[in-house]
Design a binder for this molecule. Structure first.
Ligand code: XMP
Length: 335
């Protein structure tokens, strides 16, 4: 039986013993794993930890602010926020192939991180939020061996950094990581957030990525998520991400939900005028392992409300569609 206070004090002791008086850097993504790793390492070594948070311009609405508030303001963690939007969008300009986009985002991420790491001259350790399933997966035991999509956040950082790896979550499963996060004082909502891919909105804007598209998508996505959180759900505990507990709302009843920007224009009417604007697709899935997934049977009233709000509030979008594809054959992300 897992005893949280004991686990934390043992983990803290192990980290202290491992790093001694050395400095550690960590790439904070805003995701659960790197956040929990940051909170744990900070508990162990305080200011010997510096986090680097790269804003690539492909984050969700207010995500940068949320990360800075939580870590820098509330927890007192040293965080360098790197505004790299222009760099990322600049390199993505004119590129529409999904794998090429992923490679660019991964490469630029390493580039930015390397520059920042180079400035921290005393850092000897690179901390990562690698969890047990990542270890299994990158050993090639979990999957068939072929890369369906290149996941840039696993093992992507170069050896030229000359840093030793610190991976304090390596033995934990996702639900354990979440419980640890709550015990370390991270907000429940943050720790139980849906997963968000490393390439961010870059894989949710089909084809070429443009700032204009990212801005529209951020707003549409925020409306969808807000309505999912605000709509009560009567489903029994089944596909809840908070395994075991009955979901309180549709956000908890889905494993992942988001909006996708389609660079396609269609005709609409608004008042007495004709519009010719972009389309947004909504995707919501239920899954336990993300290897297979079913599309979520969201209530029609919820879908209707989200559609109305997006079309009324996000000028530039005049049509909303719902994705009813399972995985397989469709993947969860559209790219
Ligand atoms: P797919 O689209 O392959 O997604 O069905 C399965 C899960 O993986 C996430 N995903 C990624 N996560 N980097 C990540 O960190 C990536 O490049 C990436 N691609 C997909 C996806 O959001 C879903 O949870």
């Amino acid at each position: 039986e897992w005893n949280m206070p004991d686990y934390i004090s043992e983990a803290v002791a192990r980290i202290r013993e491992q790093v001694g008086t050395d400095e550690v850097i960590l790439g904070l993504s805003g995701g659960v794993d790197s956040s929990v790793a940051a909170a744990l390492i900070h508990r162990a070594i305080g200011d010997q930890l510096t986090c680097v948070f790269v804003d690539h311009g492909l984050l969700r609405l207010d995500e940068g602010k949320m990360v800075m508030d939580m870590f820098a303001k509330n927890l007192g963690v040293k965080v360098l926020r790197i505004d790299a939007e222009e760099q990322f969008l600049g390199h993505l300009a004119g590129v529409s192939d999904p794998e090429a986009k992923r490679k660019i985002i991964g490469r630029e991420f390493v580039e930015v991180f390397q520059v920042e790491a180079g400035k921290l001259q005393n850092a000897k350790w690179l901390a990562q939020g690698t969890i047990y399933p990542d270890v299994i997966e990158s050993a090639g035991k979990g999957k068939k061996g072929q890369t369906i999509k290149s996941h840039h956040n696993v093992g992507g950082l170069p050896e030229t950094l000359n840093l030793k790896l610190l991976e304090p979550l390596r033995e934990l499963f996702k639900d354990e990581v979440r419980k640890l996060g709550v015990a370390l004082g991270l907000p429940h909502d943050m720790v139980y957030r849906h997963p968000f891919p490393g390439p961010g909105l870059g894989v949710r804007i089909l084809g070429e990525v443009k700032k204009e598209f990212a801005d529209l998508l951020r707003r549409a996505d925020a409306i969808f998520i807000e309505e999912l959180r605000n709509t009560p759900c009567e489903l029994p505990a089944l596909e809840s991400i908070d395994a075991g507990a009955a979901p309180k709302n549709w956000y908890e009843a889905t494993s992942q939900a988001f909006a996708v920007f389609l660079p396609v224009k269609s005709v609409g009417v608004m008042g007495d005028g004709r519009t010719y604007e972009y389309v947004v697709a909504l995707r919501a899935v239920q899954t336990l392992d993300f290897m297979t997934a079913q599309w979520a049977h969201l209530p029609h009233s919820l879908l209707g409300k989200v559609s109305n709000r997006i079309i009324n509030e996000v000028r530039g979008i005049n049509r909303v569609v719902y994705d009813i594809s399972g995985k397989p054959p469709a993947t969860i992300e559209w790219e």
